[in-house]
Ligand binder design. Sequence first.
Ligand code: NAD
Length: 336
Amino acid sequence: MRIAVYSSRSYDVRFLTEANEDHGHDLHFLEARLNADTASLAEGHDVVCPFVNDTVDAEVIDQLADLGVGLLALRSAGFNHVDLDHAHARGLTVSRVPAYSPYAVAEHTVGMMLAVERRLHRAYNRVRDGNFSLDGLLGFDLRNKRVGIIGTGRIGQIVARIMRAFGCSIRAYDVVQNDEVRDYGVRYVDLDTLFADCDIITLHCPLTPDTHHLINAENIAKMRDGVMIVNTSRGPLIDTPAVIDGLKSGKIGNLAIDVYEEEGDLFFEDLSDKVITDDVFSRLLTFPNVLITAHQAFFTQEAMSNIAHTTLDNIAAFASGGRSGNELTPEAVKGQ
Ligand code: NAD
């Protein structure tokens, strides 16, 4: 199979090339992001392999289908960036990597909680600058805090277990409740109760029309004063200007985000020589109680290796006319 790997970085080249020793596919690494201007680069390829901030809308899908591409092999779990209905209407198969290391994302989530509330990001810079003052670094114990987990799927469940070990009590909200999660002491509540009861709220649900801007002004008003909000799921779960208002008023005491609703213009690029023109993002950077990472929660050696192997297995199944079980159909997605 000839495969166009869009948004390729050095680490994609490394892990996909290593995994390809088992397959022998013809991998063509492209630094460009996939969009209507770059879709033509897929000419002569059977498979297109996009990443999370690539554009896979109807216009791009039409171009790829016209070029004879048969498979969109997503190297991600999330698929909110793909117009699945249109892909299927045009006869394209879409596969993804449903689970590669939920531990990677869960552990990063907990790392962000600890870092932001103990102000480790500030302490690191201070000590390097010879400033050993503790003013402004006051944190709180996690023990006995209430943690609200929205979405108790693969990642949310692991976060729940880790936070239990810190001595937190866990509330959860999910559209599908899981008895196994209850068994390790998690109490399912409705969303309003979770908002009202929890000191820390962490998001692990997918981005859907129902969850878009779940964290908005109305819901922030229901939360405890000084609440911590953590988002390692998808940026548009949060209405960023509403969160900025919450930070300014002190309603939100800590914010830790690995994803941002307009991240497509920023993340995965080195923009250190450029002017950041996104004023909302720039405002977020000014708060001492905000920690931002650039969509790196998945980025462990184990996860990258699993992503590469599963992506190439998905492609091998397509090449042989079979199925890997990781194909996305609009019906299956609606039934989730
Ligand atoms: P999952 O499918 O295992 O779990 C998602 C859970 O959310 C399910 O239990 C589902 O029932 C629940 N859910 C669906 N709609 C909901 C709603 N309206 N309200 C509350 N809960 C709802 O997914 P996962 O593997 O745990 O991943 C969770 C999210 O993490 C993904 O959707 C993805 O966007 C994100 N993610 C981020 C990174 C990163 O690097 N930052 C990496 C992988 C995944």
